[in-house]
Design a protein around this ligand. Structure first.
Ligand code: CFM
Length: 537
């Protein structure tokens, strides 16, 4: 069912004029006859509106730093902030060195009222000392929460003094929750310091194997990165580091030796990808390992970049074998999924990435969006120069890196680079909108009120989103699939992951539960009307 601009206007008319004006800029109906469709993104959520967004601290500590297993991540702040960014995201890790695996521990200064009144710096210093004494980590991060910024604790000074005391890197991240409009600000803060302090700190000058790559923006949720790595290793790639799923400080230090950087989640890590290119001359390739066709295309693009006959051949062999196996696995599920429709609303990259996988199952995405992505994630990177920097964005320090005189090395000649750029997304991301069909809806920072209205109007068969709306949506009679945590399942990436996803989505459709729930449109009218004096409704 194609949605129209008029329906969108009607929906928005339920807002006050001011809110209506604001929200109108954050959504549009896809119309491919128009040359370009602009969207507003990465701006403040309207106070009082129920958003799905998280905070800058969550983006820094929870998303980017948290998966690094051999560092102790101390949260300076209330224990709730520490717990939420430790136990809630399913970034899995395996330990190679059990003495340097801290994933099972949640570290917090557990700030109390007295710390807020009298300051928490001494307590933080004491926690760092205890951590060093008990766990002996090779490196520590300290992340700030809102109260720390509000009372003015200087975590940078505390970390610096502790670093001198203990002789190990202790990095402070000023990622107070309110630092930006969403977790996106925290990604940027984490990227800057990892680039400044960790990447390149190792002394490797040459990669330890052939076709060395870094995988950026892959967080191993539900084991995704393991499934991708399985295939990459089989083809013959050397994975120098994964940022940051099942990643480590030790790996990251030598990330400069890779010859290509893959970018899975553009939103959370494009800063590092760009800085690696400036500093070491390593291009990045936008990949998408969600869905069989996207995985195949990503593998082929990687092989084109290295352009080695053996690698090209092995790529095709692995694709043929893996795709045939996955296709067989999908067959039975397609019968259940075919002809259905989906909403796909996730953080900053999955709203786009999962659409191809849905399509492979015969499910059409009728509405998609991101919680906190920027305009380039919708419209493509060519709009970056036009994005106005507002006060919230200026709040995050920009890190300016320069060419590393010793290690900078162009991996491709400028001619080869230009030739490849015409064929594959090298150092470029085209965004989500261009792939969406006419009449589909694109919404930024979808809120609770709009969720209910869009569900009533479009009646999707499944809603892919997160825990914050899952149960509300299910009470409306619609199966909801969490695409952040994967509802305790996964992996969903790569060939094997596609089959797992098909199985889980099919289970959701086939559940008898839905027979016991009456969706609101079955017993409530969709439109309210009254008969006026002329008898016209
Ligand atoms: Fe990137 Fe992510 Fe995402 Fe993200 Fe996230 Fe996540 Fe996400 Mo939840 S880094 S933007 S901040 S792909 S935690 S692993 S699922 S919102 S779409």
């Amino acid at each position: 069912m194609a949605f129209t601009e008029q329906q969108l206007e009607e929906m928005l008319s339920q807002y006050s004029p001011k809110v209506q004006k604001n929200r109108k800029k954050h959504m549009f109906v896809r119309d491919t006859s128009l040359e370009h469709q602009q969207i507003e993104a990465n701006t403040r959520t309207i106070p009082g509106v129920i958003t799905n967004r998280g905070c800058a601290f969550a983006g820094c500590k929870g998303v980017v730093l948290g998966p690094l297993k051999d560092m102790v991540h101390i949260v300076h702040g209330p224990v709730g902030c520490a717990f939420y960014t430790w136990g809630a995201r399913r970034n899995k890790a395996k330990s190679e060195d059990p003495t340097q695996n801290f994933m099972n521990y949640c570290f917090s200064t557990d700030m109390q009222e007295s710390d807020i009144v009298f300051g928490g710096e001494k307590k933080l210093a004491k926690v760092i000392d205890e951590v060093v004494e008990i766990f002996k980590p090779h490196a520590i991060t300290v992340s700030a929460t809102c109260p720390v910024g509000l009372i003015g604790d200087d975590i940078n000074a505390v970390a610096k003094a502790a670093e001198e005391r203990h002789g190990i890197p202790i990095m402070a991240f000023s990622c107070e929750g309110y630092k930006g409009v969403s977790q996106s600000a925290g990604h940027h803060i984490a990227n800057n310091i990892l680039m400044d302090r960790v990447i390149g700190a190792g002394d490797l000058e040459k990669a330890p194997g052939k076709f060395p790559i870094n995988m950026l923006g892959e967080y191993n949720i539900g084991g995704d990165s393991w499934e991708i790595e399985r295939v990459l290793k089989e083809i013959g790639y050397t994975i120098v580091s994964v940022m940051t799923g099942d990643g480590s400080y030790e790996e990251l230090k030598n990330a400069h030796v890779a010859e290509l950087n893959l970018v899975q989640c553009h939103r959370s890590i494009n800063y590092i990808a760009e800085m690696l290119e400036t500093k070491y001359g390593t291009p990045w390739l936008k990949v998408n390992f969600i869905g069989i066709q996207s995985t195949i295309e990503s593998l082929r693009n990687m092989a084109l970049y290295f352009n080695d006959p053996g690698l090209l051949q092995r790529t095709e062999e692995v694709i043929a074998r893996e795709a045939a196996k996955a296709e067989k696995g999908l067959e039975q599920y397609r019968k259940i999924c075919e002809g259905k429709t989906a909403f796909c609303f996730v953080g900053g990259s999955r709203g786009h990435h999962y659409q191809g996988l849905f399509a492979e199952l015969g499910i059409e995405t009728v509405l998609a969006g991101y919680e906190f992505a920027h305009r380039d994630d919708y419209e493509g990177r060519q709009v970056i120069p036009d994005i106005k920097l507002d006060a919230d964005t200026k709040n995050i320090p920009e890190l300016h890196v320069k060419q590393d005189e010793r290690r900078f090395c162009l991996k491709l000649t400028p001619e080869k680079m230009a030739e490849l750029k015409a064929k594959i997304p090298l150092s470029y991301y085209a965004g989500m909108s261009v792939e969406m069909k006419d009449g589909t809806v694109i919404v930024d920072d979808l809120n609770h009120f709009e969720t209910e209205l869009f569900i009533k109007l479009l009646q999707p068969d499944i809603f892919a989103s997160g825990i914050k709306d899952k149960y509300v949506v299910q009470k409306m009679g619609i199966p909801a699939k969490q695409l952040h945590s994967y509802d305790y399942s996964g992996p969903y990436a790569g060939f094997g992951g596609a089959v797992n996803f098909a199985r889980d989505v099919s289970m959701a459709f086939a559940s008898p539960t839905w027979n016991f729930i009456v969706p609101p449109w079955k017993d409530q009218p969709l439109l309210n009307g009254a008969v006026n004096s002329e008898g016209v409704a």
